[in-house]
Design a protein around this ligand. Structure first.
Ligand code: HEM
Length: 216
């Protein structure tokens, strides 16, 4: 009975974690794959109207779901790897066996390292910079040119980190043992997927806005 409650709580946390993670990373991809090229076609006047309204909302979902993802992930980690019902706190059998650290623990460590880096980038770099940018745009004040550059660089870094991070989240439960070749392949695939999507982003979906007849 106690185990049932414990397992159900884990499922609930897992669901909250993935639900919030989808919203967070969905917005990250919206910013990187849609908003970056979109901003290039907006005039300063349009930015003043559109950006505080649109991006102010988008950044709210982005930063708070990053927080929920992180907290639920941390609790899930504690329940799975750092606690054993009936025994108490301490590394569980999922974390280590007599042979040492498990493959599952290595995969989730990789995923959590990348996920934690992304969370810190959201809260300590991207959002503080965007808050200043959006406030200045709203008030018609000049924007410190270093801010958009920093925000874009770190947002791009987060997009790249997200590809390998997702392998680190999925492999513990759905792959099995950790080995260095699989880890390198997972990291490479994750990076290539994001590189491909960013490469598509300047032209993808522009056929309605820019029909062939309007192209020179
Ligand atoms: C922010 C730091 C994060 C931490 C500390 C964290 C932690 C965890 C933990 C402990 C697990 C359970 C692994 C296991 O079953 O062995 C997990 C699974 C998972 N996480 Fe994260 N995570 C983070 C970020 C993210 C992000 C950004 C996403 C994006 C969607 C994500 C998506 C997932 C998915 C899809 C699973 C697998 C669920 C399953 O297979 O049942 N995580 N995470």
């Amino acid at each position: 009975m106690l185990t049932d409650v414990y397992t159900s709580l884990q499922l609930l946390l897992r669901w909250i974690h993935v639900f919030a993670g989808i919203i967070w990373v969905g917005h990250l991809y919206f910013f990187n794959f849609v908003n970056v090229p979109f901003q290039a076609v907006l005039s300063a006047d349009m930015k003043k109207v559109v950006n505080p309204q649109l991006l102010g909302r988008a950044f709210w979902w982005f930063r708070w779901t990053a927080m929920v993802t992180f907290i639920a992930g941390f609790l899930l980690f504690t329940m799975l790897y750092m606690y054993t019902p009936g025994v108490g706190f301490g590394p569980s059998d999922l974390w280590r066996t007599a042979d040492g650290m498990t493959g599952r623990a290595m995969w989730i460590s990789l995923g959590m390292l990348l996920g934690f880096g992304m969370w810190a980038n959201v809260w300590f770099v991207i959002w503080p910079a965007q808050k200043k940018i959006l406030t200045a745009v709203r008030d018609g004040q000049p924007v410190d040119p270093a801010l958009p550059k920093r925000a874009l660089k770190v947002s791009r870094a987060n997009a790249y980190l997200s590809g390998p991070m997702l392998f680190g989240m999925l492999a513990p439960n759905h792959f099995g043992g950790f080995d260095i070749v699989s880890a390198i392949v997972a990291i490479a695939l994750g990076l290539v997927a994001i590189w491909w999507a960013i490469g598509q982003s300047s032209s993808a979906g522009t056929d309605i806005a820019t029909p062939p007849s309007a192209k020179t």
